[in-house]
Design a protein around this ligand. Structure first.
Ligand code: ADP
Length: 745
């Protein structure tokens, strides 16, 4: 009886095992997983019949149970070999054999079933064990051996399929098939050994249960793990980065090819005391860190084209899914190429910056050097004009003035163009009145147009906002370029300027400037070239008109700097119309009203002084004697009292005991220069609050705002224009000391 109980217990364990394996087979590839699950199902049937055999209480039940048992084993083997064929990719063979095999199995099953009536396969006989328990056992007839032969043929085919695959497979995948073969061989061996014992009850089916579980375990875990280990190792060897793994005892367990080769690592001897990991750990601990990123630099190999090798090394902890530490790793990235590339970029940038600085300095110097003597030339020429009535001399002096002005505008244009090219032209926005810009334009060009017998009409939309925000200096420069061209290239008629704005849209609008003339016009082919730098169109006709071909190129660039646009309409011999749109912000939307040319603006066309101020004391500081003389002479007609200083030291001395109303100060002077002199004057003595005007030939980008930031009350560029100087003095001097002259228009 005990034998039977043990036997049933073993069977129950086998059933559970098969059941769980069966449930798990959907986790393996369907191709062969389905065969394994069928085998497990047949196995469960076999074990149930086995239990029935143990408890059969008469030979008929025993005979039925045995028939079930033998038939189930048949199907187990059929499915197992189908699994083997599928797993070893013998799909063709499987397809060919499956129909005859199934037919054969069905016939065999039918034959075993008929044994119930004919007993032609096996017969039942009764025996007892020592305790007297009854066992029904089988005796076999010839067809049983045919049945066995069918079973074993299926098994043999499967074994051969696997062996064939092992022979054919060259790669590590051979292991995958070898594992399955070993499992099957083990099962066969156990089966044979079991049969040799000739036990009372046949429980060989449990080996199939074990086989199924083993196969499942191999396919799901063992094979993928072993393949993964090998392939991962190969993949990591192929990676162009280093990986070194350490276990919890800080023993090196793995180093990929990159780290082995670069740092001569032998896993069994490598440890935390070796480079580069020792340096990384030390640098991290110096920073109070256990893990992190560090750079590591070492001398390059002698044959290397670079002097140093640079690495970025990451040291981190390795944890399992539950966050428990299982070791640590170093990830090594070679950053040498990147380092030298960045170095090159930095060097190139420094060189470019140096070149750009050199160019700017050269421009500033050149501009300064040309403007300084030009200041004397034009200033003294002005003196001649003011002090003579001789028509011949006046004609010569006027020619000098025109040429001087042309030379000056040429220098300004070249400087502007270089600034734009070097991206150094700044857009400095501020609040301004559109009417004031128009008045300035009229002041500049009214006289010039009148001299040529042309009219200059300036109109402004009454609804234009009274105050806008934008770069008024650039807008004036743009308008000045276009108006001066219009005057230059017009012989009869005149120039009309129209100013308006688009509707207010969220505090923004477009400033729309239309400047048209009745001049020589531009042909449609020339229109395309109009905005090209250094390009003058219609050269023959314009040969006598001064110009560089830079004005419109600069104009266009300035407009696009402010995100605006320019277009031109022109008809040969009829005239041209330039249309400019520049987006601006509205600071005061109140309509500016009717445009009046004469409001507030100091009168004068440049030929006469704007004011008299006999009680005003002005100090002029310049190291160039001629410039001192020019400034002094230019101011003479305003009746101000002028005092001069030939350098900063003298100016500081004079400022100690004389109180001035305004000081005109040159920038570039021998020690102390204009800035230092200003600093001293404005911090000690009795002129600390005297307005100081920077009078300089330094007109590079941003100079004006730099001087303003330093505290200068005004900025005038050389050569001095007496009108500009007088206007600035009107602005800076107290009203009660000035007598404005209005009859100079
Ligand atoms: P320039 O210094 O020669 O005036 P610009 O760039 O200002 O250079 O102008 C380029 C060319 O466009 C001029 O040489 C001239 O032929 C033509 N041009 C510009 N404005 C006008 C105009 N209002 N009428 C006719 N031609 C013009």
């Amino acid at each position: 009886m005990i034998t039977k109980i043990i036997f049933v217990l073993i069977d129950c364990v086998a059933i559970l095992d098969m059941y769980f394996t069966l449930k798990a087979t959907d986790r393996i590839k369907e191709d062969y997983g389905k065969w394994l699950s069928q085998a497990m199902l047949a196995g469960i049937f076999a074990i149930f019949s086995n239990i029935l055999i143990a408890f059969a209480f008469n030979p008929i039940i025993a005979k039925v149970a045995y028939a079930f048992y033998f038939a189930s084993i048949n199907w187990i083997l059929l499915y197992l070999s189908a699994f083997c064929l599928s797993y070893t990719e013998h799909h063709y063979l499987l397809k060919k054999l499956s129909v005859p095999a199934i037919v054969l199995m069905i016939l065999d099953t039918v034959s075993i079933s008929l044994n119930l009536f004919f007993e032609h396969v096996f017969y039942i006989y009764q025996s007892t064990d020592g305790s007297g328990a009854i066992f029904y056992q089988t005796g076999f007839k010839i067809p049983y051996y045919i049945h066995l032969a069918i079973d074993y043929t299926a098994l043999v085919i499967a074994l051969f399929a696997i062996i064939y695959k092992i022979i054919r497979t060259q790669s590590i995948y051979r292991a995958k098939y070898t594992i399955i073969l070993s499992v099957l061989m083990l099962v066969v061996l156990l089966n044979v050994m079991y049969m040799a014992f000739g036990l009372l009850l046949d429980s060989s089916v449990i080996f199939y249960a074990v086989a199924g579980t083993l196969i499942y375990f191999c396919i799901r875990i063992l094979v993928p793990r072993s393949i993964m280990n090998i392939t991962m190792g190969r993949a990591l060897d192929d990676v162009n980065e280093g990986l070194i793994l350490f276990d919890l005892n800080d023993d090196c367990i793995y180093a990929n090819a990159f780290s082995r080769q670069r740092f001569n690592i032998n896993e069994s001897e490598y440890g935390f005391e070796c480079e580069p990991v020792s340096s990384v750990i030390k640098s991290l601990s110096d920073k109070g860190l256990k893990y992190g990123n560090e750079t590591y630099v070492r001398s390059a190999q002698p044959e290397s084209p670079v002097a140093e090798e640079h690495y970025n090394i990451r040291y981190n902890e390795l944890t399992d899914d539950n966050g428990i530490s299982i070791g640590s790793y170093f990830l090594i990235e070679d950053t040498t190429e990147e380092f030298y590339y960045l170095q090159e970029i930095k060097d190139a940038k420094n060189a470019a910056d140096a070149a750009s600085r050199a160019k700017s300095t050269f421009l500033a110097n050149m501009s300064h050097e040309i403007r300084t003597p030009l200041n004397s030339v034009l200033g003294l020429n002005e003196m001649i004009l003011r002090s003579t009535d001789d028509p011949k001399l006046i004609e010569y002096a006027n020619s000098i003035r025109t040429s001087g002005d042309t030379l000056l505008s040429l220098i300004s244009d070249i400087l502007d163009f270089s600034k734009i090219e070097a991206n150094r032209m700044d857009v400095i926005t501020d609040e301004y009145e559109p009417h004031q810009i128009l008045r300035d334009c009229h002041n500049y060009f009214g006289g010039m147009a009148a001299e040529k017998g042309l009219y200059l009409n300036i109109n402004c939309d009454e609804n234009i906002p009274s105050k806008l925000t934008g770069d008024k200096k650039l807008i004036k420069q743009i308008m000045a370029n276009i108006i001066s061209n219009a005057v230059k290239y017009t012989k009869k008629g005149g120039v009309t300027v129209d100013l308006k704005t688009s509707d207010n849209e969220n505090g923004k609008c477009d400033l729309i400037i239309d400047i048209s003339d009745t001049g020589i016009g531009i042909s449609s082919e020339d229109k395309e070239l109009l905005f090209d730098a250094f390009r003058r169109v219609n050269e023959k006709e314009n040969a006598t008109i001064q110009g560089t071909g830079l004005g419109l190129a600069i104009t266009k660039e300035l407009i696009s700097l402010m995100h605006g646009s320019i277009s031109v309409d022109s008809i040969r011999d009829k005239g041209s119309a330039f249309h400019v749109i520049i987006p601006q912000k509205i600071s005061d939307p109140t309509p500016a009203g009717k445009f009046d040319l004469n409001t507030k603006a100091p009168a004068g066309d440049g030929s006469g002084e704007l004011f008299h101020a006999p009680n005003v004391n002005v100090l002029i500081v310049d190291d160039a004697k001629l410039n001192l003389m020019v400034a002094k002479e230019l101011l003479k007609r305003t009746q101000v009292i002028t005092d001069t200083a030939g350098g900063g030291a003298e100016a500081i001395e004079k400022c100690k005991d004389t109180r001035y109303d305004v000081i005109l100060l040159d920038h570039r002077m021998p020690e102390p220069d204009g800035i230092e002199t200003f600093r001293v004057i404005s911090s000690e003595g009795i002129n600390t609050d005297t307005p100081v005007i920077m009078l300089t030939a330094n007109v590079v980008s941003g100079a004006e705002s730099e001087y303003a930031n330093m505290g200068f009350a005004g900025y005038l560029s050389k050569p001095i224009k007496s009108k500009e100087l007088e206007e600035m003095l009107i602005r800076l001097l107290p009203d009660d000391k000035i007598e404005l002259l209005t009859g100079n228009d």
